[in-house]
Design a protein around this ligand. Structure first.
Ligand code: BGC
Length: 441
């Protein structure tokens, strides 16, 4: 590990104070006992305690986390919850970086996408080859996931699940009542939206939170230009792609879709948007399938209260977002517990239970298909069909580094909010971001 990085981890003052914070609430009696023990005893008295920094706060996210907590407790390791609630981890990422710089890194963090490889190069992540090699992860994982968690020949991240971002949710009761069919093309989408509007229903639930605008926009880029164009733009950052008329059309489409959204489009958390669909105020919503987990957690059964399908004209693509935990290379005394957590994430049962609650699909080539509903099964089959179907989400950190992602999100968000900004101007600005960030690298 570089010496500067070693220093970063050396300041562990106040550690015990934060380590004694209680873990999250959980249904099982066993976990209540764990909580009780945590609040009275030092963490080491009940096995080892690991601080886990993450951003899962909604009902389904907590349920999914609880699967990990209880499985970890069986290994005599306590999950010390460090939740920083923030859709798509915007706030959690800032806190994580600040804590590392302050020399107070947590033992475990939710760290997704391109950052894994970058932080591995910096020597920040613990090598978890013991868990990965003994668990034969190489054989079990989808190749794309394997590359993500083993970027430079060593395992440095523990994979949890794969979300599909290009998911169109629709309220089934409204669709049945008004005789509507889930749209496969944008022309069909307009037709459905017109009918919904005529019946006084908001056609498309949407938030103006920057990452949610980008999540919608990247699906439009995919539908407009397909995977090769999407990769040229967001992965390869090819200069000519930013001047391409397909990018212009995707931007125009984003603005056009405002016609079907509430005016103004308020900045709301993703689960508030999901509630609008669930309550029948809105007919459709474009959202990653974590919304499915949430709808299920609220008692809405897949294919009964709601349905999901691909965003129009993106059916052959899986715009993916993979959730992963990394173990930070902190004190050696945490190693065994950190390795236990890594092992837990890949247990077949945890993969099935966690992903069923979370709305995502297992990272495994041969998972238990029995627990999957129709949305998950379709997602898993498409992802399993191979690399040509898999497209990395920019909004969710899979395609580009943080600087590029944040700058592009800000630009698209600005364009979305301010109708005076022209398409050409926005294309130019996005192109400048691509050029400058390419130079930084
Ligand atoms: C994460 C999901 C999370 C969602 C909403 C995504 O970036 O991968 O796990 O549920 O954001 O916060």
């Amino acid at each position: 590990m570089p010496s500067t990085i070693k220093k970063i981890f050396s300041n562990r003052k106040n550690k015990e104070t934060s380590r004694n914070k209680p873990a999250l609430a959980m249904g099982s009696r066993r976990f209540c006992l764990t909580l009780l023990l945590c609040s009275c005893l030092s963490p080491t008295a009940y096995g080892e305690g690991l601080q886990v920094l993450h951003w899962w706060k909604s009902a389904s996210e907590r349920q999914a986390v609880n699967v990990l907590v209880s499985k970890l407790a069986e290994e005599e390791v306590t999950w010390l919850d460090g939740v920083i609630p923030s859709g798509s981890g915007v706030g959690a990422s800032i806190v994580l970086r600040s804590r590392i710089l302050a020399g107070d890194a947590p033992e475990v963090a939710q760290l997704n996408g391109v950052l894994i490889s970058e932080w591995d190069k910096l020597g920040l992540l613990l090598n978890i080859d013991a868990a990965g090699n003994n668990g034969k992860w190489e054989k079990l994982l989808f190749p794309t996931v394997l590359t993500l968690v083993r970027p430079h020949g060593h395992f440095v991240a523990a994979p949890l699940g794969i979300h599909r971002v290009n998911t169109l949710f629709y309220n089934r009761l409204l669709f049945t009542r008004y005789g509507l069919v889930p749209p496969r093309t944008w022309a069909e989408f307009d037709h459905v939206a017109t009918k919904l509007k005529r019946h006084g229903i908001l056609p498309l639930a949407q938030s103006s939170e920057p990452w949610q605008v980008m999540s919608l926009f990247e699906t439009l880029v995919l539908s407009e230009g397909g995977a090769p164009f999407y990769r040229d733009l967001f992965v390869n950052k090819t200069a000519s792609a930013f001047a391409d008329e397909r990018l212009g059309k995707a931007l125009q489409h984003l603005r056009y879709l405002k016609k079907w959204m509430a005016a103004p489009v308020l900045e709301r958390p993703w689960n508030a948007v999901t509630a609008e669909l669930a309550g029948g105020n809105a007919g459709m919503m474009v959202m990653g399938d974590w919304a499915k987990g949430e709808l299920n957690a609220w008692g809405h059964v897949t294919d009964e209260g709601f349905g999901c399908t691909a965003v129009p004209e993106t059916a052959k693509y899986h715009l993916y977002d993979i959730d992963t935990l990394v173990m930070l290379a902190t004190q050696k005394s945490f190693r065994t517990a950190q390795e236990k957590l890594a092992k837990v994430t890949m247990s077949g049962k945890v993969q099935a239970d966690y992903n069923q609650l979370k709305g995502s699909i297992p990272v495994l080539r041969n998972p238990d298909l029995g627990k999957m509903d129709s949305c998950s099964l379709a997602s898993w089959k498409l992802f399993a069909s191979g690399a040509q179907a898999q497209v990395p989400s920019l909004a969710h950190r899979m395609a580009a580094d943080e600087v590029t992602k944040d700058a592009m999100i800000a630009e698209v968000h600005h364009y979305f909010l301010d109708d005076r900004l022209s398409v050409a101007q926005t294309q130019r600005r996005l192109g400048v971001i691509a050029r400058t960030t390419a130079r930084i690298k």
